[in-house]
Every structure is written in C-alpha cells, then in structure tokens.
Design a protein around this ligand. Structure first.
Ligand code: URA
Length: 216
C-alpha cells in the first residue's frame, strides 16, 4: 500500500480520505464518496482545475468537492457536455486512448462543405502530421453561408474538431459537445450542472469497455 506515493508498512497509518491518494497493489482506491457531475460548459471558461493566471475556470461553475476534476477538456470557446469527477478510476477509463469512447459535437462551419469535403472528414484528415481516425459526419442543416455538422470522434487530440474542419476549408464558427458515450447533454442549460446517477456512471464504465469499477 502507498499513501501519496510513499510505501506504508505501519499498521494504523491515518489517511485523509478527501485528500490523500492511496494505492493498493499499484491501483488507486477511492476513499471519498464518488461523485460525477455533468456540466453544460458555457463559452469563455477554461477547462482546468486551477489556473495560475486566475482566469475563469469551469471549477467556478460547480460545487467545491474535494478531488473534483474535469474529465478531458473542452476549448475555452467550446460549449456543452463536460464531466467532472472525484473518481480517478472513471477518469482513467474515459481518457485512455485504448478505450475509444465516442464524443459527438455539433459544429457550425463556414460556408457549405462539398460531399468530397464531408467524405474527407469521415475518412481522416491530416492534422499536425498525423491522420485522424475515421469519424462519423452528418449534415444537419444548411444555411446560406454556414452549415451545421454532427461530428463523432473517439480520439481526443487537442482542438481536433476545429483543426479537422479547418483542414477541409471550413473553419468552425461555434462548437458544442452534445454527447459522450451513452450520455447526452439533453436539456441541461448552459452554465448548469447535475449529478450523474449510479446507472449513468456504470454506463460510462461499460462504454469504456471496463465492466466494473476497477478498484472493486
Ligand atoms: N475539438 C475541438 O476542436 N475543441 C474542443 O473543445 C473539443 C474537440
């Protein structure tokens, strides 16, 4: 067993369940009550636990819960579904690239992409020297000078959707994440959050291919 990285051999060592990181056989164990929230992130907030420059962070929109941290990240100007948890097992399950959890974004892009451009988004475009994995792309709405696309990806590269759309000549005007694995944003208002139910948390573990919580 380790506490905060130090091997413990003394019986009766006291730990703070809200603060200390305890591992048994190399695996972190959850000591505080696990809590996972869904936030509808507004634009203008950065996804970080703390910001040395004290800009508006998503943490200012949710209650203070020890150990709470965002799972993955959304760009400052991206809105929509962001999960926050104090459960490191869930964070690992959802962020491990091997687990391939789908994320769907609604992207308003400039002008009207040709079929060829849409196909290119689907089959993969080169961003920063590496081709993106296949994506699902649906045209939801076409206006005079802009188009609404639903783009589903399972990778989590930095600014991936913005870079993909720019790479095919249709820069993003606005971007919202509307689903993550089995969860949908639904009617949660911008800036509001809600607790996930135990069934929803289990559905996330299942979507990540983890049958049960790994620390059980
Ligand atoms: N892709 C992006 O470009 N931005 C995000 O915030 C999320 C996915």
């Amino acid at each position: 067993m380790t506490v905060n990285g130090e091997v413990i051999s003394l019986l009766g060592t006291k730990v703070d369940p809200e603060q200390d990181v305890v591992t048994v056989d190399g695996k972190p164990i959850q000591m505080s009550t696990p809590r996972t929230l869904m936030l509808n992130k507004p634009a203008g907030y950065i996804t970080t636990r703390s910001d040395p420059h004290a800009r508006d962070t998503v943490m200012s929109l949710v209650p203070e819960i020890p150990g709470l941290h965002p799972i993955g990240r959304l760009d400052k100007d991206t809105t929509g579904l962001l999960l926050l948890t104090n459960d490191g097992t869930l964070t690992n399950a959802l962020t491990h690239p091997r687990h391939r959890v789908n994320k769907t974004y609604h992207a308003w892009v400039q002008e009207i992409p040709t079929e060829r451009a849409v196909r290119k988004l689907m089959t993969g475009v080169e961003i920063e020297g590496k081709k993106t994995a296949p994506a699902q792309v649906e045209v939801l709405r076409v206006d005079k000078h802009r188009t609404l696309l639903a783009i589903t990806i399972h990778e989590g590269r930095k600014r991936q959707v913005r870079l993909m759309c720019a790479a095919v000549g249709h820069p993003v005007i606005s971007l919202t994440r509307v689903s993550l694995g089995p969860l949908v944003l639904g009617h949660l208002k911008e800036g509001k959050w809600r607790d996930l139910s135990p069934a929803e948390v289990q559905s996330l573990f299942r979507a990540a291919g983890v049958k049960e919580r790994e620390d059980k």
